[in-house]
Write a protein that binds this ligand. Sequence first.
Ligand code: ARG
Length: 473
Amino acid sequence: MSGGSASGWSDRFEQGLHPAIERFNASIGFDLELLQEDLDGSIAHARMLGQCGVLAPGEADQLIAGLERIRAEAAAGDFNPGLEAEDVHFAVERRLIDLLGPLGKKLHTGRSRNDQVGTDLRLWLRRHLDQIDAALLRFERALLAQAERHADTLCPGYTHLQRAQPLCLAHHLLAYIEMAERDRSRLADLRHRVNICPLGAAALAGTPVPIDRRQTAAELGFEAIYANSLDAVSDRDFTVEFMAAASLVMVHLSRLSEEVILWASEEFAFVSLTDRCATGSSLMPQKKNPDVPELVRGKSGRVFGHLMGLLTMIKGLPLAYNKDFQEDKEALFDGVRTCLDSLEAMAILLEEGLEFRPERLEQAVANDFSNATDVADYLVARGVPFREAYQLVGGLVKGCLADGMLLRDLPLERWQQLHPAFEADIYAAITPRQVVAARRSEGGTGFAQVAQQLERVQRRLRIASESSADIPD
Ligand code: ARG
C-alpha cells in the first residue's frame, strides 16, 4: 500500500489514498472548529441509543464517558488528529475506539456523517449567532454613548455628499443603531431556521434502527426536527441566509467606516482619532491613519464573496449529500469571524478611538447655505406656495454666492425686496440651531424628536442587556 491508509473505509477498499488526494479530501485542517459540537451531538446520540434500547444498559454511559474524556484531552491540548483522520467526525470516532475498544464501534449506529455534520454546523452557528447578537448590542451601546454625548451638537447633513440641511449629530448616529437593530432582528429570525435538527436522517433515507429523533433534538436544544430526511442532509439554506444577513451587517459597518474615514480627513476634520485605534506611517511622520474603519470597509468584501461562493456551491447539487458541502465550512467560519471581529473593532473605535470636534462641526453648519430650505419654509408658513418660495430663495442664494455673502448677512431690505412677508425674525429662523429644532416631524432631527429616539433606544438596550446576561463563547 502506498500513500495514506484505507483504515477509515470498509473492507471494500484495498489501497490507500494517494497522499495528495488525502490532503485534498481532508477537512480536518479546518473542521476541528466543530469539535465541541461534534462531541455534544455524539453524546446526545449515544444517550438516545441507550434509552431506545439499541445499546445495552451501561454501554451508552461508557460511550459518553469516552466522549467526555476526548473533550478533556482536547482542552489539555492532547487531541491533535492528523490528516489520516480525514475529518473531525472520524477523528473523534477513532479516538473513541482507541479508548473503548469494540464498544467505540457502536457509536455510529443509526447515524451517518451526513446528518452528523449538518447537526454540528447548526449547533456551531447557533452559538455564534448569539455571540454576534451580543457584539451588535455592544456596538449599539457604543453608538448610543456617543449620541448621548452629542444630543446637542450640530453637524452638516448631506445628500449626494453635498451639504443639505443641518442635523443634530445624535440623530446621525442613531440612524446606525436602527440599522444594527434590523441586523439583530434578521439574525434572530434566521436563528429559528438554523435551530432545526437533521440528526437521524442518517445518510439520506432515515434508518431501520429504532431511534428517537425528537429526543436528540430536544437534548441539543433544537426547536424542531427536519420533516424530510433528504432535505435534512442537503439543506444549506441557513448558511446562505446567514451570509446574506452578515453581508448587511458588514454593509452597515462599512458605510459608517467610510464616514469616519472622511470625517477624520483634514478636509472635513469632524473627528480626531485617538492613539488607541490609529496607526502612523512608516515614512510620513505627520500621518495618523484610520486603519480600523479602512480594514472593516475592506473586510466587507470577503463576506459578500462567501455569500456568492455558497450560492454557487449549492446551486447545481442533486439531492442529497454531496462532498461539495464540505466547502461550506471555511466560508461560514470566516464569515462569522470577520463579522464578530469587525463589530468589536468598530465598537472599540466608537468607545475610545475617536472624538467628535463640535467646534468644527458647528463652524461647518454656520457657514453654508444649508438653511436655504428654511427660508422657503418661512414663506410657506406665511402663505406663499412652496414652489414659488423655492424659486425665490434659489435666486437669493445665487445673488449671495455672487456677492460672497451668506443668507444671514443680508440686510432686512434685501429680504423685503424679495418678498414683503419677510420680517426681522427671519434671522432667528435661519440660525442652524433653530433650523434643526424646527424639524419636529416624527423621526426628524429636531432636538425634541431626537430626545425621544434616545429614550426609546436607551429603554430597548436596557431590556436587551437584561435578557442576554450570559452568552456562551
Ligand atoms: N467532512 C465532511 C463535510 O464537511 C463530512 C461529511 C462527509 N460525508 C460523506 N458522505 N463523505 O461535509
